[in-house]
Design a binder for this molecule. Structure first.
Ligand SMILES: C[S@@+](CC[C@H](N)C(=O)[O-])C[C@H]1O[C@@H](n2cnc3c(N)ncnc32)[C@H](O)[C@@H]1O
Length: 273
């Protein structure tokens, strides 16, 4: 509902959230921030927005809860199937040929902004199926939403949420349990979930593929550029980056190369070419 925050309070909170996460609130999405703050205030049993602001300044845990509450966590299995076809048909053969030269037998994929886990589990299922048996696979999945990470780690999804999973993977990698589907251990053990805020350095290195889809759309240009710089540093000299359909590096000063395939547009870091 509009009018919950004064202009000054809106400015205070949007700056706080931006500095804490890169997520940018403008006049058009102000009602979302207002409604999420209203809920947080109720839960914290505080009467005034100012009192809540002061509490957050003192309490890092409450800051995490606030950031969690303003995120959008919509996701689904095999979202944008063109990306998964490009992963299988273009990225994987390219990386396998490169790794042969490098004598490496490990593939590291990072799902940055993994939400409730459907994206990293989709990647793990596809690569478990397609990777040669002498290769090992690590999928690192990170998010700043603790609520989403709890769902992700559980790996249990209602019937209504597994619609995107191809039939052969549904049979092979999910087990029917109660009213839903449980990701099997063989897939679960390939994915490591971590709390991580993209505002900060991840400490990751040697990443072959980054999926960061439908995350930077909520950031402004400066925060997007910062995140891309961090990805660049975490990636191997020969690696790939997937962004969401409404996201691009167009207009950004970056060394990532644009790659157009029959199925999807993606980016690569190619220091070896
Ligand atoms: C819309 S979901 C996208 C999920 C998945 N990548 C997909 O495309 O289906 C966006 C996710 O990005 C996360 N996110 C937003 N800002 C973030 C930040 N600064 N650091 C880490 N995760 C963030 C949110 O918590 C949310 O789970």
């Amino acid at each position: 509902m509009a009018g919950f925050l004064t202009d000054e309070e809106f400015q205070l909170f949007s700056t706080l959230i931006y500095e804490g996460s890169g997520i940018s609130f403008s006049a058009s999405n102000r009602p979302i921030l207002e409604s999420r703050l209203r809920e947080r205030l109720k839960l914290a049993k505080l009467a005034s927005v100012r009192a809540y602001y002061d509490q957050i300044k003192r309490d890092q845990e409450e800051m995490k809860q606030l950031l969690d509450s303003v995120t959008t966590n919509l996701t689904w299995f095999f979202r944008y199937d063109g990306h998964f076809t490009a992963l299988e048909q273009i990225v994987l053969p390219d990386l396998l040929a490169y790794k042969k030269k490098e004598a490496s037998r490990n593939l590291k994929v990072w799902s940055a902004g993994c939400s409730t886990g459907e994206e990293p589990y989709s990647i793990a299922m596809l690569l478990k199926d397609k990777l040669p048996p002498d290769f090992t696979l690590e999928v690192i999945a990170s998010d700043l939403s603790l609520k989403s990470l709890m769902v992700a780690k559980e790996g249990f999804y209602a019937e209504s949420r597994v619609g995107g999973v191809p039939e052969k993977y549904l049979k092979r990698f999910l087990e029917v349990k109660n009213d839903g589907h449980q990701i099997t251990e063989q897939v679960k053990k390939l994915v490591r979930f971590d709390y991580h805020n993209l505002k900060y350095d991840s400490g990751l290195s040697e990443v072959d593929v980054v999926f960061c889809r439908n995350v930077i759309i909520y950031f402004d240009a400066a925060a997007q550029a910062e995140v891309m710089g961090r990805f660049w540093n975490a990636m191997t000299p020969h690696s790939f980056l997937f962004l969401g359909h409404s996201e691009s590096l167009f207009g950004m000063e970056t060394k990532f190369e644009f790659v157009k395939t029959d199925w999807a547009c993606l980016y690569r870091k190619a220091l070896d070419s």
